[in-house]
Design a binder for this molecule. Sequence first.
Ligand code: GPK
Length: 797
Amino acid sequence: MNALNDVSPQSLRTRITKHLTYTLGKDKSHASLYDWRMAVSYSVRDIVIEPWFAATRKTYEAQGKRVYYLSLEFLIGRILGDAMTSLGLFDTVREILDDEGISLWDVIEDEPDAALGNGGLGRLAACFLESMSTLACPAYGYGIRYEHGLFRQKFENGSQVELPEDWLNQPNPWEFERPESRYTIPFKGHVEQADGKSVWYAAETVYARAYDMPVVGWQGKWANTLRLWGAHPTEMFDLERFNSGDYTAAAAPEALARTLSRVLYPEDTTESGKELRLKQEYFLTSAALQDILRRFLSEYDDLSLLPDKVAIQMNDTHPALAGPELIRLLMDVHGLAWEDAKRIALGCLNYTNHTLLPEALETWSTWLMGRVLPRHMQIIERIDAEHQSETNCAPDLAIVQHDHVHMGTLAFVMASHVNGVSALHTDLMKETVFAGLNGVYPSRIINQTNGVTPRRWVRLSNPALSKVLTDTIGAGWESDLDRLADLAAHEEDHDVRDAIGAAKRHNKVALSNWVGEKMGMSLNPDAMFDVQIKRIHEYKRQLMNVFETIARWSAIRANPQGDWTPRVKIFGGKAAPGYFVAKDIIHFINDVAKTINNDPVTADLLQVVYPANYNVSMAQRLIPATDLSEQISTAGKEASGTGNMKFTMNGALTIGTLDGANVEIREHVGAENFFLFGMTAAQVQDRYQVTDHARQAILASQPLQDILQMIAEGRFSPTDKGRYLPLVDAMWNHDPFLVASDFDSYLACQAQVDRAYTDADQWNRLALRNIAGSGFFSSDRTIKGYMADIWDTKSLA
Ligand code: GPK
């Protein structure tokens, strides 16, 4: 059934006016942009309800398996534009608002980004939800309804300052609060044995209350639910205390409970080790599992059927308590025996790993785990004992080691399938961090290369290119992205190449206008737009990109009349608040930008732009306007990358290392259409064996020596000349991510890029080939892989 059959422009117009009047309580003459946005959002939401109900009905009737995607992060971004795109209502709504003198674009921009995630891992979860709906895969996302999403980034004298994010300051029109769906989440206390059963006497409890958001798929044929949990107090407000005048104490239980879902932890690939974080992880996991069991038992009474009806995906180790929690619920609440409970849990659970960086592998001290979750500590010890005796494994494969619970090992041992997120990453998992476990649980590790949804990342973000695609290869590519391969047949068509170039230029002009308004800079849309947007991390090597920028600046200054290819270097990204090296990198980029942007000699040839507060909505602006995508991590360190895929679909060319999914992107678009440089993962391993690798590389590279000399002399920090001495010193003596060792190769590759860009028609041809080869990177393909290889679920389309 298609929800759209009965949506006429007239009925939508009436709906919007009704919501404005009766939901917002405003008449048109007094309505603000906010009022219009809410009225439009409620009206579009109304249209999602029918397919949402229908999907629930069909799922129930089919008696099939449901997928549950557990994630501490869902980086959704704005919802209205995406929903209108899926429902095909964009133009209709624009016309309705035009008649009222309201710009649809302003309405869209009025919506805050739902930033319940840090970066790639959280955005992947959001793309997966959308693809599961598009594919009519019965699924629920489970997450936390953080009151404050990822912090807002601002620059003060070039340094990152974090401000609280406030998306729930205004009502969220996309959510339905479900006060009746609530579960008690216990913490702390002690466990007693009685009649062979364990009874956990918790010392603290909070309620998890459900807030549901419908997630509509392409063309509104199906909608799944994202169920986010908010923490609420189980103890009532203390009226006696309040009446005695002790207002703070009276509200204490409430404040304590709410803390649990107050903020998203802003770490990305590092662990925080905070008690509150452990409590958040358990809060989500327990609420989700209680909900899953309740739904199952409303339809079936034999718990041994659970693995046939329920597939649970743990997004990284953050929900890895799902193993012990499911065993606990099955035994302590539902009375099953240990062996049965454990077998059932294992049959339901799967785990996705997203990084090999050792500092990101979660551990919790047994002391903390035992104090916060005493019953789980017992269960974990028993799982561990059986794991060790059944596999006869080496002590370093134990779940508990040196008084710490290794969550990666726990997740692995309690999962039917463990997957990596790109071919290279999965191979390295088997060879490195999970080599031992792979030995004792062979064939448990499989690969599912990441993907991204073309609905948000091409159709919504890049209408200009979308039109070219539809005009050239026909409608329907949005839900069948392999069809982009049909573009290849048009490679010799000059008009198609021109159209691709014209769409890009259109987007670059739009971005230039935005940068002009936001930052007061005037960009040249004919310059190459060279973009690196992602979290700031040493392994992603933003520093190498800045060094290249400095080398370029020096070279132009030495020969201003040379035959230079004009470039705009664009950076975007946040650093974790406690990651001081990353924050120094931000400061450095801003200092370099200031120096270069103020140089009249290079002004027409080189500009550096770093807009603050990079987020999903900013990505939607930047990616369609990008000529060159920077994917330059040290080989072996980036598990996959997903931004790399978005750029390729939008016709950017990539300069990159053989890391993560870059390897597969290069295979799909063709090696001759990809700017490759740098060491391979194997060469990186060898290079680390050379103790003074950085010093050797610097001494062998005159450009790098010159750059480091300029930085050391304070050229980019004239008021504080010593500011970057530690950075320079670290380059010579540490360089943990081999910037120096890859630098000359990068520089040479960038020169190749410059030459390629001078032939605009040829560049458009390469862009066409990149788009044509990008079909594989749709998250529809990824989800089909999970459905077939991990979940064993069927589409109900
Ligand atoms: C990996 F471990 C983590 C993490 O804590 N946060 C995060 O965003 C990313 N990731 C990887 O760094 C990317 O390479 C990958 O594409 C993404 O997860 C999704 O798999």
